[in-house]
Design a protein around this ligand. Sequence first.
Ligand code: XMP
Ligand code: MG
Length: 186
Amino acid sequence: MPSTNIMMKDIKEIIIPEEVIQNRIKELGEEISNSYDPEDEVIMVCILRGAVIFAADLARHINLPVTIDFMDVSSYGQGTSSSGVVRIIKDLEENIENKHVLIVEDIIDTGLTLKHVVDMLKTREPASIKIVTLLDKPERRVEKQVEVDFNGFEVPDKFVVGYGLDYAEKYRNLPFIGVLKEELYS
Ligand code: XMP
Ligand code: MG
């Protein structure tokens, strides 16, 4: 992306460039493909909306006949801090009983959102549940019971945007992960 992109003026620094993200996604796709039996019925459960761009790229590096479904949960409003409240806005269309669920997340921060999603999906008796996240902010983890199977990158405790992640619904279409200038959200 040229530096003349009109959103660049809001970005303080790029912390993960586009090529680095794309190379890591290829590796994750291979790791994920090798972790399943080719006969397994795998459903990618993409958590809306942040994980959409990651899931789309990742799916094309998974060498298995996966299906893709979406769930929309919300723990954040328009701001940058967790409300602690997780709402289900849109449920899955597919029945996941006896299927292998791969939850695709954009970022794990406190871990509360993911814990809630995993607990709910477990009640539907899938054959297995694995979790892949593009980003992990381990410093902020509150919920330690949820184990991530595949992790793209660890990021510092800064509010990040781009590659699916937003601030007030903007910046999702930046191809890199960056930190927003503080004056924009203070
Ligand atoms: P928890 O705290 O439940 O939060 O693990 C996970 C969800 O919070 C959002 N989140 C962020 N979104 N930049 C964002 O654009 C961030 O730095 C950030 N940290 C957390 C995100 O939606 C994630 O699914
Ligand atoms: Mg999210």
